[in-house]
Design a binder for this molecule. Structure first.
Ligand code: KG4
Ligand code: ZN
Length: 339
């Protein structure tokens, strides 16, 4: 079962939500990272779980095939298979899990189960090695967490959202502005053309190192409705300034609590991860902190949103620890080791 050389080839599979992805890593080096995004959900303004699992079934064989071909290896060279075990949508997770288990049995190689949220943080180990301990602000469509990272796989959530994720705060505001799903990247695009100081939104009261986004979501809806009453073309006329102001508000709030965590824990090594870390405003704001004595880590775009390379890097470190998964392990939709 164990590879003879010191080269560990990992096939990794990510299928927790609406992206089908497969990657090949040689040790901690990414040889290929293929992502098939599911466009079908745009028609419905959000991810439809049943359609997501069907699309994963349609995509997974081809995506894995391309990942292996692009890496220039053969299936026989694989040392292990890493897959996302949760959190995520059950139907979607089951497609990746079943595929990984079947291939592991047929090739007689070990399975490595990976927590999706841990993988977002671990994306930082691919091309860059932050110093431990560091703090990671993981911001995605389903989660908002401040994670204390003590070692490669030793992580503790020290703050989190008590309701919506910041990705939802972006996507729902975009929906109110009649932008297609997922709206986060579009808010980012229009924000770059607008005046971020034009409008203001309420900042929630401090709640330890936790976040809340449900209030600002409602405030945004009321703000747009009021604006439309005064001017029927409010959205068309003000799209850029609204996007810029709302985005800036979210970024200030995210970083305010993140810096409180930095202060409380005495850690100045800061990273961002997850889909919202692709946001240009957040990347810039974090980068600027390096002028104030912080060391900042911003992932490459391809490792921000869901991808299998980040699953593979966790798999690699688990392989080194011989931390293999049992074939009868079931996926989970919420919670897990990281919340
Ligand atoms: O990590 P991810 O790909 O999937 C989850 O695990 O949820 O994150 C997806 C989220 C969506 O809410 C999407 O709108 C948001 O990341 N997102 C962005 C940007 N790119 C992706 N939000 C703001 N600005 C962006 N540039
Ligand atoms: Zn994710």
């Amino acid at each position: 079962m164990m590879p003879q050389s010191n080269e560990i080839f990992t096939l990794s599979i990510e299928s927790s939500c609406d992206d089908t992805s497969a990657a090949i890593l040689c040790n901690d080096r990414v040889l290929s990272n293929i992502v098939a995004s599911q466009k079908i959900h745009e028609l419905y303004g959000g991810v439809v779980p049943e359609l997501a699992s069907r699309a994963h079934q349609q995509n997974i064989v081809a995506v894995v095939d391309v990942a292996i071909k692009q890496a220039g290896i053969s299936k026989k060279q694989l040392s292990a298979i890493a897959y996302t075990n949760g959190p995520g949508l059950m139907g979607s997770l089951l497609v990746g899990t079943s595929f990984a288990k079947t291939l592991s049995l047929s090739l007689d190689i070990p399975l490595l189960q990976v927590n999706h949220m841990q993988a977002h943080v671990a994306a930082h180990y691919i091309d860059n090695k932050p110093q431990f301990p560091f703090l990671c602000l993981t911001v995605s469509g389903g989660h908002t967490q401040i994670v204390l990272v003590k070692d490669y796989l030793e992580m503790e959530v020290i703050g989190h959202t008590i309701d919506d994720a910041v990705g939802e705060a972006f996507d729902k505001a975009a929906k109110v502005m009649n932008l297609p799903y997922p709206g986060g990247p579009l808010v980012d695009k229009y924000a770059q053309l607008g005046n971020a100081s034009k409008y203001s939104f309420p900042t929630p009261a401090r709640n330890g190192l936790n976040y809340t986004f449900s209030g600002v979501k409602t405030a945004f809806l009321n703000f747009v409705q009021k604006g439309k009453q005064a001017n029927p073309n409010f959205l068309e006329d003000e799209l850029h300034d609204i996007s810029a102001s709302y985005q800036q508000h979210l970024i200030h709030y995210l970083l305010k609590v993140f810096l409180m965590a930095s202060d409380e824990y005495g850690i100045k090594e800061l990273a961002i991860a997850g889909g919202v870390s692709a946001n240009s405003g957040l990347r810039k704001a974090l980068g600027q902190l390096s002028e104030q004595g912080y060391t900042t880590h911003i992932p490459k775009f391809e490792y921000c949103t869901d991808n299998a390379a980040m699953i593979g890097i966790v798999g690699y470190y688990k392989f080194l620890n011989q931390d293999f998964a049992s074939i009868d392990l079931m996926p989970f939709t919420r919670g897990g080791a990281l919340l």
